[in-house]
Design a protein around this ligand. Structure first.
Ligand SMILES: CC(C)(COP(=O)(O)OP(=O)(O)OC[C@H]1O[C@@H](n2cnc3c(N)ncnc32)[C@H](O)[C@@H]1OP(=O)(O)O)[C@@H](O)C(=O)NCCC(=O)NCCS
Length: 156
C-alpha cells in the first residue's frame, strides 16, 4: 500500500494534527474549536488519510443532509501533495456517503484553485453557480460545483 493511502474516520484525537494541516492549507482556516465541534455534529462525516505510523497526511469532511452531501473541507499536508491523495480523499467521501442514500455531492471552490478544480472536474463535478465575492481574504468568487454521477468510483 502507498504511504498515506490508508483511510479511516477522523476522531477527536486527530483534531490537533488536522488543525495544523488546516492552517497550512487555507487563507481562512477553521479554528481547532470548530474542527473539534464537527466530531459531535451528527450530520458530519470526516475521514483522514494516514501513513504507516497512523500519522494524518490529509483529511476531508462533509455534512450529509437528506440525499445531499455538502463537502466542507479537503486538504493534504503540503509535503504530501501531488501524490493523488486529494483524489483518494474525495473517493473516500463518496464511498462513505453512498450508504446514507446520498444522490448529490456539492462543494464550493475558488476559481484560482487549479489543483482542486482539476480533481473535481475529473471526478465529474460541474460548475452550477457562482457566489460573488464569497472569500473574505481577497473577495474572490466561489464556484458552486455539483456531482450527481456517484455510482462509479471517482478513481480509476
Ligand atoms: C487541493 C488539494 C487537496 C489537492 O491534493 P493533492 O493530493 O495534492 O492532489 P492530487 O495529487 O490528488 O491531484 C491534483 C491534480 O491537480 C494537478 N495540479 C496540482 N497543482 C497544480 C497546479 N498548480 N496547476 C495545475 N495542475 C495542478 C495535479 O497534476 C493533479 O492532476 P492530475 O490528475 O493530472 O494528476 C491540495 O492541493 C490542498 O490541500 N490544497 C490546499 C487546500 C485546498 O485548496 N483544498 C480544496 C478546497 S476547495
Amino acid at each position: 500500500m502507498d504511504k498515506c493511502r490508508r483511510m479511516r474516520r477522523m476522531t477527536v484525537h486527530d483534531v490537533p494534527r488536522v488543525t495544523e494541516i488546516e492552517r497550512a492549507s487555507f487563507a481562512i482556516p477553521w479554528t481547532e474549536q470548530a474542527i473539534r465541534a464537527e466530531m459531535d455534529n451528527k450530520y458530519a462525516v470526516y475521514v483522514v488519510a494516514v501513513d504507516e505510523h497512523d500519522r494524518v497526511c490529509g483529511y476531508a469532511g462533509m455534512w450529509i443532509v437528506c440525499d445531499e452531501a455538502m463537502i466542507t473541507n479537503i486538504a493534504v499536508c503540503p509535503r504530501n501533495r501531488g501524490k493523488r491523495l486529494g483524489y483518494a480523499l474525495l473517493e473516500e467521501l463518496r464511498a462513505q456517503a453512498l450508504p446514507h442514500g446520498v444522490r448529490m455531492m456539492t462543494l464550493e471552490v475558488r476559481p484560482s484553485n487549479v489543483a482542486a478544480l482539476t480533481i473535481y472536474t475529473r471526478c465529474r463535478f460541474t460548475v452550477v453557480g457562482v457566489r460573488p465575492r464569497y472569500y473574505a481574504d481577497n473577495d474572490e468568487d466561489a464556484w458552486m460545483m455539483v456531482c450527481t454521477a456517484l455510482e462509479q468510483s471517482f478513481v480509476g
